[in-house]
Design a protein around this ligand. Sequence first.
Ligand code: DGL
Length: 276
Amino acid sequence: MPHGAARGFRVNRDRPIGVFDSGIGGLTVAHALMSALPNERIVYFGDTARLPYGTKSSATVAGYAAQITDFLLKRDVKMLVVACNTMAAVALAVVTSLSPVPVVDVLDAGAQAAVESSRSGRIGVLATLTTVSSEAYDRAIYAHARDARVVSQACPLFAPLVEEGWLDHPVTELTAREYLRPVLAEEIDTLVLGCTHYPLLKPLLARIAGPSIVLVDSAETTAARVAELLTACDLHRTAPKEPVHEYYVTDLPQRFRAVGALCLGRPLPEVQLVHW
Ligand code: DGL
């Protein structure tokens, strides 16, 4: 059950959904939301000045998450989507404690999707250092399947490579082979892309992992949870006009716009710079 689902909110259903990440990675979730819920309006926040989050302490990430939550709540969002596994792993309690609107996160959605896809129960998780150290994925997977075997691998170089737009580059391939070697040796049948930047490397990772391993990306499961929650809270947008999405970043908006268009497969409107 997504957080906040049972709190019985009465908010204007035409308000936007706030989606946030450390950078462009959360656009993989925004993309899934736009496909599943084309009438919803999204306000996206990427903290490009302070990424990567995945190498920072839990306390630092929690502080950033609180600041972003406050920013999005001031933009009058009707729901928050934590489109960053690192924040979901170490700062979800902070976000939910500050938020009067429902909160959906990518981490539990990813764990559930992995358990549903795995036949052997041997599940690999690729994530940031902070997410792996928190063991949040292990806990979430064991909560869905007590007998599962989880093999986690921190991949601190992936997020910067993705932000660089090196989605299928020899350097990224070499790095990926190095990270995947110990995980593949554990005979997993499912591999969770436990950072929202990693689905952008899916073709490359699929090539290295081979056809017998299912790659799980939590974007679609997250979008499905958002849809369920909108229905449960009677919050689907009904305004007839096509939604206009907004994008905010803390640094380099033009760069975000260029790389973001690659991720979304469509041009982005103006990206606004936030100073704080
Ligand atoms: N995309 C983020 C995640 O899902 C973190 C990437 C980073 O900033 O290190 O964990």
